[in-house]
Design a protein around this ligand. Structure first.
Ligand code: GRG
Length: 289
């Protein structure tokens, strides 16, 4: 099945879940607004592509992918709030709080996070797999992952970080949900632990590749890219790969990571379709938005 067709099903599942449990139209509208505001659907795509690599039916990944995209969207709504990055634009569109007000945006984020777990429990996977996914998502999105990354990021504002400190933030803030997409696929596919461990390492590097590319695009990107969250890192005096290493240094990090990731894929068992994951590396390396 074409990726776009499955990704449409992922989005349909999210909207269905939000409509099913709604008792308030403003909350529904603001939640749906951010789900439909032009995101790349990278985490769902990664989960589905990893399932393909593992030779598992992508339909089994639709609900887990939808749930993960809901968590990601909540994090962006909250990240844009005045108390956090205070951004007026994301993906070239007004941020949730600009359209619906701060209180509704906070609740839309809370709503997406909470409903994501409710949706996950409706999956046709085994109860053991569902519990593993709930454990994984709450770990990666929670205080052992993304939320701590966000906290470290806030504490780092106006501070000059070392590369190790910067990567610690990105591993948590951006990387954990990316690793979650890959690990979720290994749970769905019942992969052997050595496969899961190699793919998690691949995912950790992918998170950093994603971030260094984001930092590079923030200074070299098109109007569309720059409009996604207008230079908020510079505005908030945040260290980036480019501010720390220069543009050429950041590009070098990007090349090294991509090569290391391809090396990991080449060590995987022969029955794994590594071309599906090579495609993901190329997608990020060639990202323009
Ligand atoms: C508020 C708890 C809380 C967490 C926020 C992920 C995050 C933590 C903030 C995002 C800040 C940011 C812009 C980071 C740069 C890399 C990144 C994660 C970009 C957004 O992900 P994309 O590019 O977004 O996949 P789209 O818009 O395509 O869905």
């Amino acid at each position: 099945m074409e990726n776009n067709v499955v990704l449409d099903k992922v989005v349909d599942k999210i909207i269905e879940q939000l409509k099913l449990n709604t008792i308030n139209t403003s909350l529904l509208e603001s939640s749906v607004y951010s789900i439909n505001a032009g995101g790349k659907r990278f985490r769902p795509l990664l989960l589905l592509q990893t399932l393909k690599a593992l030779g598992t039916d992508v339909n089994l990944g639709i609900i887990p992918a939808a749930s993960l995209e809901m968590i990601h969207t909540y994090s962006l709504i909250h990240d844009d709030l005045p108390a956090m990055d205070d951004d007026e634009l994301r993906r070239g569109k007004p941020t949730n709080h600009i359209v619906y007000g701060e209180a509704t945006a906070i609740l839309a984020g809370d709503n997406l996070l909470t409903e994501s777990f409710n949706l996950l429990t409706k999956s046709k996977l085994s109860p053991e797999q569902i519990v593993k996914l709930v454990t994984l998502y709450s770990k990666c999105a929670g205080q052992l992952g993304m939320i701590s990354g966000q906290m470290l990021d806030i504490e780092a504002t106006e501070k000059e970080l070392t590369i190790l400190e910067l990567e610690e933030i990105h591993r948590n803030k951006t990387g954990e949900l990316i690793v979650a997409a890959i690990e979720a696929a290994t749970i769905i596919a019942n992969s052997e632990s050595h496969v899961t461990e190699s793919l998690k390492l691949f995912g950790e590097k992918l998170g950093l590749l994603f971030q260094v590319t984001d930092d590079i695009l923030d200074v070299t990107g098109t109007t569309e890219t720059l409009g996604k969250h207008i230079g908020s890192d510079e505005k908030n005096n945040k260290t980036t790969y480019v501010s720390l290493l220069g543009l050429d240094g950041a590009k070098e990090v990007k090349t090294t990571l991509a090569n290391e990731m391809k090396d990991i894929l080449n060590t995987l068992d022969k029955d794994i379709q590594i071309s599906e994951l090579m495609e993901i590396v190329e997608l990020i390396v060639n990202r323009t938005k």
